[in-house]
Structure formats: C-alpha cells, structure tokens
Write a protein that binds this ligand. Structure first.
Ligand code: 5AD
Ligand code: FES
Length: 352
C-alpha cells in the first residue's frame, strides 16, 4: 500500500535542513524512482512549433504583449521532418508545444499533423498548446494524440488569478478533467517559487498532482523574464535555491509511478548541472530540444534557457553523454503513463 500523504507530512519534508538530511531525502527520491520506474530515461523530443500566443500570463516571455518577440509558426513538412529523425536518437515521443492561440484552422491543422506523425512514424504524440474546449481535445485524440501536457502552474486560486488575466484555476482544472475523461494520458505540474508563493502553496501543489492522478508531472523553477511584468520579481526561494530539488524529490515520493521530466528550467537556474541533478533526485524523463536552432531564441519563456546556441541534433547527442555519465539507460518503448496504459493502441476505443 502506498502511504496516504497529507499536508503536514509534505511540509515537514520541505523543511528538511541543508546538508546530510537533504542528501538523504534526495537519495530516497532516487531509490523510489528506481523502484517504480527503473533506470531507464525516456526521451521525448520537443518541437516548439509556434510562439504565437494570445494570452498575457504575467511571467511568460512569449506573452501576447511582448512585442520584442519575433513570432513564428513552423510548417507541417518541417515539423514532420524533425519528428522523423527522432527515433534514430532513441526518442520515442514527440512533444508538440506552442503558445495558446486557438483557431479553427490551426486546431484542424494540428489534427492533420498528429494523424500524419502517427501514420508515418512510430512515435507517441504529446500535445501542449493550452486550454481548449473538450471537443477540440476529442478531435486531437481521435487523430491519434496519446498525451497532453497542461500545467496548473499553482494550486492557489488567488495567485493563479493574479498571474493569468485570461484564465482562472477552475477553468484550467476543467480542461484537465476533460482530457482525463477522454482517456488521454495526462500531464500537469507547476512552477516552483512564483512570487507570492508560500511553502504551503508548494505543498498543496504537490498534493494536487497526486489528487489529479497524473501520468506525467512537469515542474521547474520560476525565472523572472525581463520583458514581462514580473521582470523585477524574485523567485520565492532565491535565498535557498535547493528548495527546487526538495520540491522535485518530494513530488517523486508522493507520486512514485508518475513520469517526471528533468525540465530545462533546472539548467537555467543551475547552469550545466541542473537537469543532471534532477535525474538523480526523482526525474526519469528528458526532453531534448528539436526546435530548429534559429527559432530557439524566439521561444524564451524565461531567460537563460539552455541550448539556444545548439543546432540540429546537438541536444539529441548531448543527452546520450549525460545518461552515460549518470549510469542510466535510454528508455525502450513509448514510456506510456502507468495509469492509462492502453490509450495508444487504439485511441478510438474510447468514447467521448
Ligand atoms: N519561468 C519558469 N517557467 C516558465 N514557464 C513559463 N514562463 C516561465 C518562467 N518565466 C513554464 C510554465 C508553462 C511551461 C510551458 O513553461 O509553467 O506551463
Ligand atoms: Fe541541449 Fe545538452 S541538452 S546541448
């Protein structure tokens, strides 16, 4: 039986003192990761296919009001070509991410793209393009979409409302429910250290991940982007940056069988070591960038994003060196969520 977690337990873990006690917590998270998920690291190649966004999230570098961003959208042929190259690098999932820019034509184009990727490659398809009505998600699922990523960002409704002029927390959670009910493998998560966040918020975030029974949990440090209203804000854990790893380790303990990526933002906060450390403190997934080199600079959700100078398959190759150094293997197979394992084999089986 997995333990039933409550807020005081989680708060106590998050209060672990620096030094040996923290290392012991990281080691426990690593052991739980190994026990439930093994030593395989699943590789999900991410294509940031458009930075066009109609929302104005206060923290995000590609928010609609940031007119210093050169907007782009990749064409279908280019995206397909990038996806086709993934399997030779051990990548078994393609993640299609963009800003939130709903339109009938764009959403239909994405359905066609998903269907082509499923027909022409062996890849699992994860989509991450924001809030949509249930019928749009259903159409993407019917085209072959396996998974969806949509972070709830923070579990504090007032903080959520302050940061998102275009959306409330209830609406975001509703989207997650829709996706779950459609049988799509579900990923969500939060930022760590948002200005105004308290330890209790962080603990609630971790508990909410558990409550949502997520297949994938993406978390990472908040980083202040200079061209946003939060440009001058500080990460709530600026004085104790290790909190970002405590959050990760506790997230693993509370969600032992979820796929947890070592997200890029860890490398932004801890240059050169962040993602590798994340893989030894609870994470079991890596998402190498497959976004074309010249576009990476235009997809800066936060500053100091790593890999913006790399081109072609440099990230795909770099990750192999990282895994070898950590004594970890590349995951074989799609690395589906444990909670909805049969989704890919026949997405149409599920009624909407
Ligand atoms: N710092 C850290 N993470 C950010 N994201 C967006 N802006 C920032 C920022 N300034 C994260 C959000 C979003 C994901 C795609 O990127 O959590 O869901
Ligand atoms: Fe991009 Fe190492 S992961 S260069």
């Amino acid at each position: 039986m997995e333990p039933a977690w409550n807020l005081p337990d989680i708060l106590r873990l998050l209060a672990t003192r620096p030094g040996e006690a923290r290392q012991a917590l990281y080691d426990r998270a690593d052991a739980v990761r190994r026990e439930y998920m093994g030593d395989e690291v699943f590789l999900r190649g991410i294509i940031e296919f458009s930075n066009i966004c109609r929302n104005d999230c206060l923290y995000c570098g590609i928010r609609a009001s940031n007119d210093r961003v050169a907007r782009y959208r990749l064409g279908e042929a280019e995206i397909l070509e990038l996806a086709r190259r993934m399997p030779e690098h051990g990548q078994t999932t393609v993640v299609l991410q963009s800003g939130e820019a709903p339109s009938r034509e764009g959403d239909a184009a994405l359905a066609r793209l998903i269907a082509r990727i499923k027909a022409e490659t062996p890849l699992a398809v994860t989509v991450s393009v924001g809030n949509r009505p249930r019928e749009v998600y259903a159409a993407w699922r019917d085209s072959g979409m396996d998974r969806y990523l949509l972070r709830f960002e923070t579990s504090d409704p007032a903080l959520f409302a302050r940061l998102h002029p275009d959306c409330g927390l209830a609406e975001r959670l509703h989207c997650l429910e829709d996706l779950r009910s459609l049988g799509v493998q579900l990923g969500s998560g939060f930022m760590i250290g948002l200005p105004g966040e308290r330890r209790e918020t962080l603990a609630e975030n971790i508990l909410l991940c558990r409550g949502l029974e997520l297949d994938m949990i993406g978390i990472g440090p908040f980083l202040a982007h200079p061209d946003t209203p939060l440009g001058g804000a500080r990460n709530a854990y600026a004085l104790d940056p290790d909190m970002h790893f405590l959050a990760l380790a506790v997230t693993r303990l509370v969600n032992p069988d979820a796929h947890i990526p070592a997200t890029t933002a860890y490398d932004a906060l801890f240059p050169g070591s962040g993602r590798n450390l994340a893989l030894t403190r609870g994470a079991n997934v890596f998402m190498p960038s497959a976004t074309p080199g010249q576009r990476r600079r235009d997809y800066l959700l936060y500053p100091d994003k790593p890999c913006v100078d790399e081109t072609g398959d440099m990230c795909a190759r770099c990750v192999m060196g990282r895994l070898a150094a950590l004594n970890r293997r590349v995951g074989i197979g799609p690395g589906h969520g444990r909670r909805s394992p049969n989704v890919t084999s026949n997405p149409k089986e599920f009624q909407s």
